[in-house]
Design a protein around this ligand. Structure first.
Ligand SMILES: [Zn+2]
Length: 98
């Protein structure tokens, strides 16, 4: 019956070894190339696909702000009046921040 206990133990050890090997190989991957910086830059300049932020991005970049826009007092982003959710003490807050 002892072998019955050994069998799962061995597989557990194998699993642990596998994960360690995985970590090692991942570490090697990260150290092997200077590609990481490029990838980070690419990720930063790359807009999230599927996330519908293109309209907001455009709105933020419009300076000076238009009459139909306001600057949110919480996130400091220029938003269109349609996104104005609340005005408190003369400060305007967008729907994302309220
Ligand atoms: Zn806001």
């Amino acid at each position: 019956m002892a072998t019955d206990y050994d069998a799962p133990r061995k597989s557990e050890e194998e699993l642990q070894e596998d994960s360690i090997e995985e970590l090692k190989s991942r570490r090697n991957d990260q150290n092997s190339g200077k590609v990481d910086e490029d990838e980070v830059e690419a990720a930063e300049s790359f807009e999230l696909p599927g996330a519908d932020l293109s309209h907001e991005e455009l709105t933020v970049r419009v300076l000076p702000r238009q009459a139909n826009e306001f600057t949110c007092a919480a996130c400091y982003l220029v938003k269109s009046q349609s996104q104005l959710a609340e005005t408190r003490d003369g400060q305007q807050f967008c729907v994302d921040c309220v």
